[in-house]
Unconditional design. Structure first.
Length: 259
């Protein structure tokens, strides 16, 4: 499978990098702000376009499931020189959690992940087909008409809109039926947008995996990725959390932990 990746190399890179996984109906360029943030802490990063998304190999998304997307993440991880921190948003956050169960990693950051399940629900129909961003309330490509992105400026709304892709109905139904994640062997940082209408704070009331949590004031679902205020808020606590993983920093500098 030919997969497009976008790499940002820190000026003084740590030996481990961060592997970024986008969400449904999107693609890897949405990680632009996060890749800059990570590089400031000495973390090089690689963002992948999942199959059928962005500039990766076109496929019939009607036949693609969550295990296929996981295979894409595993393919890119295998090219890295050391086990990564895995970072994902929404659907990609669920893939990140699942990745930790099947491949070496040193930590997992999940931004408003599709909730993992304890077990699969057998009575939900798994359909074949594709859909677009209209199912998530994005019905126009006009950056001024984006109710789902209230905390993004026009430039970042354009970036979000340019990242849009078709999506697999099968993969969405598999998430609805439940993708079990039961044994994550690495530390988890869960980022939750206070104003997220898709996966807000109440979504994770029964989140069954041990995790550190960071509630981001005023952040929408898209704001966790691209919102200037959200990224300013999370920068220091996220970099401090990463520092606590114990990966050497060639500069010898570290971000002080949040008060």
């Amino acid at each position: 499978m030919l997969l497009q990746v976008y790499e940002t190399v820190a000026e003084h890179p740590r030996p481990n990098s961060v592997l970024l996984v986008h969400g449904a109906v999107s693609s890897a360029p949405i990680w632009r702000r996060w890749q800059i943030l990570l590089a400031e802490g000495g973390w090089s990063s690689v963002a992948v376009d999942l199959r059928g998304h962005g500039a990766s190999e076109p496929v019939d998304l009607a036949n693609v499931g969550m295990d296929d997307y996981l295979d894409d993440v595993l393919q890119i991880a295998a090219t890295l020189p050391a086990p990564p921190v895995i970072l994902g948003w929404s659907m990609g956050g669920l893939l990140a959690l699942r990745f930790t169960e099947v491949a070496p990693s040193i930590g997992c950051i999940a931004l408003a992940p599709s909730p993992p399940a304890r077990e699969r629900t057998a009575d939900i129909e798994i359909r074949r087909g594709v859909f677009d961003a209209a199912e998530y309330g994005i019905t126009s490509r006009d950056p001024e008409q984006q109710r789902a992105m209230p905390d993004l400026d026009l430039e970042d709304r354009r970036l979000a809109l340019d990242s849009l892709s078709l999506e697999s109905r099968r993969a969405r139904d598999e998430r609805a039926a439940g993708v079990p994640v039961t044994d994550v062997p690495v530390p988890i940082l869960l980022l939750i947008g206070e104003a997220d209408r898709q996966f807000g704070p109440t979504t994770y009331g029964d989140f069954h995996l041990p995790a550190d949590r960071l509630l981001v004031p005023g952040a929408s679902h898209w704001g966790l990725l691209l919102g200037e205020n959200a990224l300013d808020f999370v920068r220091d606590p996220v970099l401090a959390w990463l520092d606590h993983l114990g990966v050497p920093n060639p500069t010898g500098n570290s971000v002080p932990p949040p008060a």
